[in-house]
Design a protein around this ligand. Sequence first.
Ligand code: OSB
Ligand code: MG
Length: 368
Amino acid sequence: MRIRKITLRELGMKLIAPFEISNGVSYDRRILLVEADVDGVAGWAECVAGESPHYSPETVETARHVLCDHLWPLMKGKEFERAADIFGMLESVRGHHMAKGGLEAAVWDAEAKQKGLPLWKLLGGTREETACGVSIGIKNSLDELATVVKKELDAGYQRIKIKIKPGKDLEQVKRLRQDFPKIKLMVDANSAYRLEDWPLLKQLDAYYLMMMEQPLGWEDIYSHAELQKKLVTPICLDECVHTFEQARAALALGACKIINIKLGRVGGFTGARKIHDLCEQNGIPVWCGGMLESGIGRAHNIALSSLPNFTLPGDVSASRRYWVEDIIEPEVVVSSQGTIRMPAGPGIGFEPRLERIEKLTTRIENLA
Ligand code: OSB
Ligand code: MG
């Protein structure tokens, strides 16, 4: 196989509602799509870098630069056997996992299409449907939060994750537990606390949360291990785990009992599968995180979620929670049971809507 050409498109897409997390608010997304021509077959993927470097150091701009000036030169004219080889071919570039993940995932889609297989089957997936949760941003009032939670539960979602930050934490959880004593509930702090805040986080133990996601520093595996010793609530790591080696360190130190796997954060499917397998061998469940993706990135998340150790509901939810109109056909829909079925078609199993994509494109670059 050889990548003949890459088309990078940046799209401007307005979220249906602003999404607030501990370190910023998103209103409009800059969606970076990677289309790879692999021996005449088009593979599509999304680079999930954000507009600003507040979740990870990468941004849409850094990803574009690294894709054009560093990753493409490593791939141009090179023969490879399968998409699984790409991660290794990009190894000389340090970090920049979201840029790498966008490129790698596009080649996976193309390989699956060449073989006439759904991507989830090519990956070795076994789950024919995946359980869905929702991630709910920080709200202005407790009533507003409770109203949104009720709406998502009524839609069928199996678990609720709320974003927290200092001053918007205990009261929020307490209120939801009053209104919804039995639901699967969890919190995500996006690194808003420090180990010294443990007495406050310890109070959350009273509300039998499924897990507490990334409470401490984005690179601070050690402090999570210290915190986990003090808590009954399982810690789930997100920001801290970019590599297999970091996952191994986190498990060895007891820094978490669950890992959220995001394709972009770990550099694509090869990195994701290695972390998935390590967790499976160690009895650590995983689930698929989200990055407010368009339908293209969402489709890849669905395929990833078919792997056997994705035993917990993910942050992969319906297109219409994010967008008035998505850029794939069909859109991602969630059943009233809170599940998404694996698609039957080849590759990602959803068609890019080229006309709509063109309309939303603000910038285009061809690498050949
Ligand atoms: O921490 O999981 C996170 C969105 C942007 C950046 C980080 C995170 C999130 C979400 C949203 O939680 C998940 C989604 O609905 O796509
Ligand atoms: Mg998170």
